[in-house]
Design a protein around this ligand. Structure first.
Ligand code: BDR
Ligand code: CA
Length: 309
């Protein structure tokens, strides 16, 4: 039997973050070492509480380390309450987790774990990339110590979701994202080019709740708010599985078609936050996901969630 993949998820939970983390909890091929929190969908203190709540709900044996509260160079952004609700999980009743984050901050924890598990650790950021850029700045060997960084973010040909040019995670810290793309790390980008193809309507969440009444039921309750947001912007086919797609791509890369493209991020002007091809000749190509086996990804999503309860 092959050893489970060592994974750390950097997250701003967030409704689709919760889906991704519960998916990882139900996937036997993943050894989830930790969650690192980041501002984005909510303030970082709320992101840390939400991460702890998900760990406790899923009975996960993993730590939570708190990360950055604002982008590297830009002032703080307001949280995305209109997309994820006031506390990040739609309208589900608030609950205070029992546990606490570790003392180390996210970047220090990431550096330490990448050294301890050199060549083995997959890092999956599903929020703004500030913690990852800080880890790269802290340790010149960080980028080569991690086996791969699988990022939910960006868009090559699909346009943006927070502006017409930019995807939200990249937009919320374009300078950090540019540092990550300039690094020597092996990177996969799971962006809107594929996540906009993977849609879940309300009936999918009914099915998930039926198969896993407790945790699937929690996701179904959260999804009501998320689906309402999608409908408010004219998208009636369901919500996108943004963050679950990235975590699934860590373990099942063959379900995605990639294109090697060196990338940079526009850091100012009207197109700020856009991920575009870098022609300087100095950057290594990123494996940008351009195609996806939607049915297979959704089947895996359902199947692993069904094991949760
Ligand atoms: C990304 O932005 C956040 O709102 C989601 O959680 C996801 O990580 C999608 O653009
Ligand atoms: Ca997210």
């Amino acid at each position: 039997m092959t050893k489970p993949m060592k994974l750390i998820i950097d997250t701003d939970p967030g409704i689709d973050d919760a889906m991704a983390i519960f998916w990882a909890a139900g996937e036997p091929g993943i050894d989830l070492l930790g969650l690192t929190s980041i501002f984005g969908n909510v303030h970082v203190a709320q992101a840390t509480r939400n991460a702890l709540r998900l760990v406790e709900a899923a009975g996960l044996n993993c730590i939570v380390a708190e990360g950055a509260s604002k982008p590297l160079n830009l002032p703080a952004f307001p949280p995305s309450h209109h997309v994820h609700g006031d506390e990040g999980f739609g309208d589900i009743p608030p609950e205070h987790p029992k546990g606490d984050p570790i003392k180390e901050n996210a970047a220090e924890y990431l550096v330490r774990m990448a050294r301890a598990h050199r060549g083995e650790l997959i890092l999956c950021p599903i929020g703004p990339l500030t913690n990852i850029a800080e880890a790269i700045q802290l340790d010149p060997e960080f980028a080569s110590n991690v086996a791969r960084i699988v990022i939910m973010g960006g868009s090559l040909e699909a346009g943006g979701n927070i502006t017409s040019h930019a995807e939200a995670n990249i937009y919320h810290d374009p300078h950090a994202a540019d540092i990550v793309f300039a690094s020597s790390a092996a990177i996969t980008l799971v962006g809107l080019d594929v996540t906009h193809q993977i849609l879940c309507p309300a009936s999918d969440f009914d099915e998930i709740a039926m198969r896993a009444p407790r945790l699937g039921g929690m996701l179904k309750e959260m999804s009501v708010f998320y689906l309402a947001f999608y409908e408010s912007v004219g998208k009636f086919g369901g919500c996108s599985l943004h963050d679950p797609a990235a975590v699934i791509a860590c373990l099942y890369p063959d379900l995605f078609e990639t294109r090697p493209v060196p990338l940079k991020v526009i850091t100012q002007g009207d197109e700020v936050g856009a991920t575009v091809q870098d022609d300087s000749g100095t950057r290594a190509p990123v494996d940008v996901c351009m195609g996806v086996d939607v049915e297979a990804v959704k089947a895996l999503f359902f199947e692993r969630l069904a094991r949760l309860d």
